[in-house]
Design a binder for this molecule. Sequence first.
Ligand code: NI
Length: 150
Amino acid sequence: MGQLPPAAFSTDNDEVQGWVCDNGKMNLRVINLAEAFGSFSEYWSPRIAGEINDSFVKLAKLSGEFVWHHHEKEDELFLVVKGILRMRLRIEGEESELRIKPGEFVIIPRGTEHLPIADEEVHVLLLEPKSTLNTGNVQNERTKSELSRL
Ligand code: NI
């Protein structure tokens, strides 16, 4: 990676917050989670907030119950930013539940049946391969195949 001008790294100047470089070759900016979550309101509709290697960083607002599904090839990380995420799991026919609180994350391994539930509004950061569909092996009205970027 080439060197950026020193000014680009200044942290005491509001004017350099936001995009540092957006020239089509490099995409470097600071993401403020509170601002990012404030920029959309739709539930169960992940927004792409960044790319890391072959994965997307996504932000999603959850409310209510999703659908049981699994991902054949992708592990999924859920980092809770707000609220309490209940993650129901079905492993070898046995149901169990994890509760993930703000500041905590869980990785759901590929192949694992899971059902996210948000009794009250939950904000999550997801980290998962770009190929990951929100409803995994299930295709229904909850499926979002085209995600917008923040
Ligand atoms: Ni999933």
